[in-house]
Design a binder for this molecule. Structure first.
Ligand code: CDP
Length: 781
């Protein structure tokens, strides 16, 4: 039966939830294959050391251990190094030396998980190391006497690359002529995505068929298949990558990890499936990190608050191996969204990436590469400027927003923003929270010596990697895909090239198809994560699924509808031009009674296709986006600070997001709640800390603190809608916006609470201890 009501924009309950709620999800570690072996990894206790000997026998003598793989073994097979996502290379297992604590030194394969761990433990006791000087501070790593970490590189320096964008001369002139200049140093600490399910894989090589089936916790199964083919030399058509249900990714499940390569090598050698699942500590010690950006931001402005120029210098700590090494528009280039929502006439940005003795860094965590750092920096520094000028932060922002009539807006750093109405969004957030009343309350409280702060963040995001002409990872262009198969009864199977990790694609993509074809959402099944069945795609990260695969889904559905129209004309005995698609039915123009449903057309496609038309009803669409999408939002946070303990209480948090056309408001709200909670954790709790010897002091959940329901404030959400003009249904991504936009709102609120004391900036995480010390320094007891 056809449905006339539109399902797009409806809060359809998530189709995937029944299986998750019932514990019936199928995650990597739920998969047990016959004759499966288990693998554990021996890791370096040192942050920098020569590896003198890896005596395999120690592990091989443990009952149940069947094989040990070392860096030397891999070197012989030409597999000792693997490429990182964007151009550097990384040791699979240590060859010669180790460069960070937790680096992979050997892999032990055994009959049981316990035996694998026992074997790894026994071997770890006897690996011989010669410790080398350690450098964990990126500024010290650049000093002339710093130890050179990457001796494998031609350039004998810890400096990896320099990247710059913008008009240096024009920016310099604007600064020379400026009435007001502010300058703020801002560090975004190293954080870790810490998905609840850590990373893992099962490599299952069948010697008879010469096929590798590779189950993996992957956000990007096709990219993993291609990289595996390139690294292992196995032909790509003989590799099948299956990403089962994935328990959160946030960027952590995009790279290829040593464990994956070792499991493949183990399975190739032994002809049996090999499973590797890392522990929480291994996940926090060795898989890729985000942020660790040390930025200096300057804004030149008129005395009346009109911004004139922006200048940014950044040191990026990328750890021992550079996961984000390609200084092109991608990925450091996304930092150039740093002019944010403001109409800067000119800007100039420089980034220098540096090696240190830390785990590989520089990848994304719930943001397009480096967008979070950019957004945090500009939103923080706009508050510093407001303070300098004695203006309210919202007035400064309203004065400088890119006005709606300037869209599509060419930013001074090279992007073309698609759409937005920033003032409307901010005013909505101000109305909801009662902004001016709060300012009055704050004034009263200050008189009484109480500490209350109001923080504003009006960010612009950049998501949807493509388009192909600007995005290129390891030679792969950034597009995405969808295949739609309509069965004879009108039920539909949809497969895309992305892979959700909890975002709800099984529901939202079904809504897109149901809306385009006029069928119930329940008649659409969305499948992702199997490279043998899904069309080629680049995966889910950087909030790209809706802008790319979501667009491909709408376009594939339209292709199906175009063919369906031909079949409908045949069934209705009318000419195609006379057939109208309306309210989920095809009818003859001027005769709404002469109509057929989509289901009737589907049946005819297989049983009674018109002469000269291929039978069947399916379509594939590879969508190459013409531009990225630019979601945005206005967040306002109210905090109260306890003077005695330094404890910050988030009293209210209003988030008004604009992600263009909304497919499912309930899913969007869930995304915003999750992202805000992560932003809250980053602002107040989370940091990966290293001591001067390179020991990771935050390698479990008692030291790397994630917010639980106990700490998390109540979120108040709303929306404005400025559809993206270039997306087929006007949608922009949303998954990362709250994580990008919220840290500045939290920090701005805390700094605002203390601004009358002369406090202009506090680096995250804002712990009670930090606040307590600041209060004592200012004589507040
Ligand atoms: O790439 P990822 O799925 O992480 O991010 P996204 O494209 O921002 O989508 C997150 C979830 O929100 C998906 O289920 C989307 O389809 C949904 N969404 C929506 O309903 N409306 C939008 N305008 C954007 C996303």
């Amino acid at each position: 039966m056809a449905v006339a009501e539109r399902v797009l924009g409806q809060p359809v309950k998530r189709k995937e939830d029944p299986r998750f709620i019932q514990g019936a999800g199928r995650y990597l570690d739920d998969i047990v294959l016959p004759r499966m072996l288990y693998m554990a990894i021996v890791r370096s206790p040192y942050a920098h050391a020569r590896v003198k000997a890896v005596p395999k026998e120690a592990a091989l003598s443990v009952p149940g251990v069947v094989a040990v793989i070392t860096g030397e073994d891999l070197e012989k097979a030409g597999l000792a190094w693997m490429p990182t996502l964007a151009g550097d290379k990384q040791m699979v297992l240590a060859v010669g030396k180790v460069l960070f604590q937790g680096q992979e030194v050997a892999a032990v394969v055994a009959e049981t998980r316990e035996a694998a761990f026992d074997g790894a433990h026994a071997l770890a006791q006897v690996v011989e190391y010669e410790p080398l000087p350690v450098v964990v501070d990126p500024f010290k790593a650049l000093e002339p006497d710093a130890p050179i970490l990457r001796e494998d590189r031609e350039q004998k320096t810890n400096h990896i690359w320099h990247w710059e964008v913008g008009d240096r001369d024009r920016t310099e002139r604007a600064f020379a002529e400026a009435e007001v200049v502010v300058r703020q140093e801002v560090s975004y600490p190293r954080v870790h995505p810490a998905p609840l399910e850590p990373c893992g894989c099962i490599a299952d090589y069948n010697k008879a068929t010469e096929r590798l089936t590779f189950y993996v916790t992957s956000q990007a199964p096709h990219a993993h298949r291609t990289l595996l083919a390139l690294v292992s030399g196995l032909p790509e058509h003989k590799i099948r990558v299956i990403s089962p249900d994935v328990g959160g990714g946030f960027g952590n499940k995009v790279p290829v990890y040593s464990g994956y390569v070792c499991a493949v090598v183990g399975s190739l050698q032994l002809g049996r499936p090999v499973k590797w699942v890392e522990t929480r500590t291994e996940n926090l010690q060795s898989t890729h990190f985000a942020r660790d950006f040390h930025m200096t931001c300057e804004i030149a402005a008129d005395r009346d608050g009109r911004v004139k120029a922006l200048r940014v210098k950044t040191i990026a700590d990328h750890g021992a191996f550079d996961a984000a090494a390609n200084p092109s528009k991608f990925p450091a280039g996304l930092f150039s969204i740093v002019t944010g929502s403001y109409d800067f006439p000119t800007a100039f940005v420089e980034v220098d990436a540096v090696y240190t003795n830390k785990a590989p860094g520089g990848v994304a965590y719930r943001c397009s590469f480096r967008v979070t750092e950019a957004s945090y920096l500009i939103e923080r520094t706009m508050d510093v400027l407001a303070d300098e000028l004695g203006m309210d932060p919202v007035e400064l922002r309203l004065k400088n927003f890119i006005p709606p009539e300037k869209f599509p807006y060419p930013s001074p750093l090279g992007w073309t923003y698609d759409s937005g109405n920033y003032a409307e969004t901010l005013k909505k957030a101000m109305d909801i929270i009662g902004y001016w009343d709060l300012r009055k309350e704050q004034e009263e409280k200050r008189k009484r010596g109480e500490l209350m702060g109001i923080g504003v963040s009006t960010f612009t995001e950049i998501v949807g990697a493509g388009p192909a002409h600007t995005f290129d990872i390891a030679g792969i262009k950034m597009f995405d895909s969808c295949e739609i198969r309509v069965h004879p009864t009108g039920k539909v199977l949809v497969r895309t090239g992305v892979r959700h990790q909890g975002q709800g694609h099984e529901t939202t993509f079904a809504q897109i198809v149901a809306d385009e074809l006029g069928i119930p959402v329940d008649d659409v099944l969305v499948e992702e994560g199997d490279t043998d069945t899904a069309p080629y795609g680049l995966g889910t990260y950087a909030s790209r699924s809706t802008p790319t695969a979501g667009a491909a889904t709408a376009m594939a559905a339209r292709r199906v509808r175009d063919k369906a129209r031909k079949i409908a004309a045949h069934v209705l005995e009318a000419s195609e031009e006379d057939v109208v698609w309306e309210n989920g039915r095809f009818h003859v123009a001027g005769a709404p009674g002469r109509s057929v449903t989509f289901q009737e057309v589907a049946f005819a496609a297989y049983t009674n296709p018109p002469e000269g038309l291929e039978p069947g009803l399916e379509a594939v669409y590879y969508y190459n986006p013409p531009n990225l999408t630019f979601p945005n939002g206005a967040y306002i946070c109210v905090v109260d600070i306890d003077k005695g303990t330094g404890q910050v209480k988030v009293r209210r948090f209003v988030a008004v997001d604009d992600c263009g056309t909304v497919i499912n408001p309930m899913v969007v709200e869930g995304q915003v709640h999750g992202g805000l909670t992560e932003g809250f954790g980053i602002a107040f709790m989370q940091e990966i800390v290293y001591d001067e010897n390179g020991n990771n002091l935050s390698s479990d959940f008692s030291t790397y603190l994630l917010p639980t329901a106990m700490e998390t404030p109540k979120w108040e959400t709303d929306r404005t809608v400025t559809p993206s003009p270039h997306h087929p249904i006007g949608a922009k991504g949303v998954g990362e916006s709250p994580n990008v936009g919220s840290p500045a709102a939290f920090v701005n609120a805390v700094v605002d609470a203390l601004s009358h004391l002369g406090v202009r900036h506090i680096d995250m995480p804002i712990t009670p201890w930090k606040i307590w010390k600041i209060l004592r320094e200012h004589g507040i007891e």
